[in-house]
Write a protein that binds this ligand. Structure first.
Ligand SMILES: Nc1nc2c(ncn2[C@@H]2O[C@H](COP(=O)(O)OP(=O)(O)OP(=O)(O)O)[C@@H](O)[C@H]2O)c(=O)[nH]1
Ligand SMILES: [Mg+2]
Length: 284
């Protein structure tokens, strides 16, 4: 077929294939969420609705892209780790980054009402994204440890800051001054002695963030095994996490997860079990 005279402009497009044999991390982060959270009256310091909506949007991304082995989220950010041997979109950086970001962003808006009910979305949120390659398992673990340590540091600061303001009656500036130069132990002490709060007893999702993994679980009603995306709030800095969930770094098939009998299945998992049933009914 004859080419138009304009065809040459294709040559301006550059190749963007990612290096082979490296873990691929795509991280999305909310744009100006200090403002977005204020406009939508997020609870301080943590809003469960907002965190669970982030988890939901991330689970939609994981359902679509099976090469994502694990994802980690906290505050307004989510990191997705693709298997190091992924050949998705021929490892084209911009394809991977933009598809993941746009599906995450649209899901955040699509599912907004399921989490915020009557709170109207006042304007469309947006997220930046980047791709980072990690050549070794150690580098990948250090990356995820860095994000989880960040979650802990910020959460301890924010929990103490908002206790001083909301319960202690300080202004924002006074609370900031009070916390300037304090160590973790000082913040723990302020919470304990002035606000009767033991930081260790704060919700684990706030302290550790959310890890999404693929696991087989027993369906609570049918007793059949189901593959689901499971939210965990564990310490991923320690070796124990990686030995317990050794299928992640070894890129093996998904492990089985026994839900403790004392524990209800999280809403995120229940919604997958329901949608599985709906999909099955659709095809009948
Ligand atoms: N109140 C409240 N605020 C939150 C919550 N989660 C995130 N935020 C806000 O979102 C911000 C996220 O931090 P950053 O990503 O560093 O800041 P940002 O304003 O989004 O700025 P850019 O990412 O650089 O565009 C926090 O500083 C909070 O202001 C929450 O659960 N409750
Ligand atoms: Mg942000």
């Amino acid at each position: 077929m004859a080419k138009s005279k304009f065809e040459y402009v294709r040559n301006f497009e550059t190749e963007d294939y990612l290096l082979p044999n490296c873990w691929v991390v795509v991280r999305v982060d909310g744009k100006a969420f200090h403002k977005f959270s204020k406009k939508h009256d997020f609870h301080k310091p943590n809003d469960v609705r907002a965190l669970e909506l982030m988890n939901k949007a991330a689970s939609v991304v994981m359902e679509e892209y099976k090469d994502i082995l694990i994802a980690y989220g906290q505050s307004d950010e989510y990191s997705f780790v693709l298997r190091k041997d992924t050949n998705l979109y021929n490892r084209r950086r911009s394809k991977l980054m933009t598809y993941i970001n746009s599906l995450f962003s649209s899901s955040y808006v699509y599912y907004w009402r399921d989490y915020f009910n009557d709170v109207k979305l006042k304007y469309p949120p947006s997220f930046d994204s980047r791709v980072v390659l990690y050549p070794s398992n150690e580098n990948l673990r250090d990356y995820l440890s860095w994000r989880q340590a960040d979650c802990h540091i910020n959460n301890l600061y924010n929990t103490t800051f908002w206790a001083l303001v909301l319960k202690g009656g300080l202004t924002n500036a006074e609370a900031e001054k009070r916390l300037c130069g304090t160590l973790s132990s000082d913040k723990n002490e302020i919470l304990f002695s002035e606000f009767n709060t033991n930081y260790n007893n704060e919700p684990v999702m706030f302290k550790k963030g959310t890890i999404l993994v693929r696991k087989k679980i027993k369906h609570p009603v049918t007793d059949k095994n189901r593959l689901v995306i499971l939210p965990l709030h564990e310490d991923l800095i320690q070796d124990t996490f990686w030995t317990t969930h050794d299928e992640i770094l070894n890129i093996k098939s998904c492990g089985h997860y026994s839900v403790p009998s004392s524990c209800d299945l999280p809403r995120l998992v229940m919604s997958q079990l329901h949608s599985f049933k709906e999909k099955k009914e659709d095809t009948n």
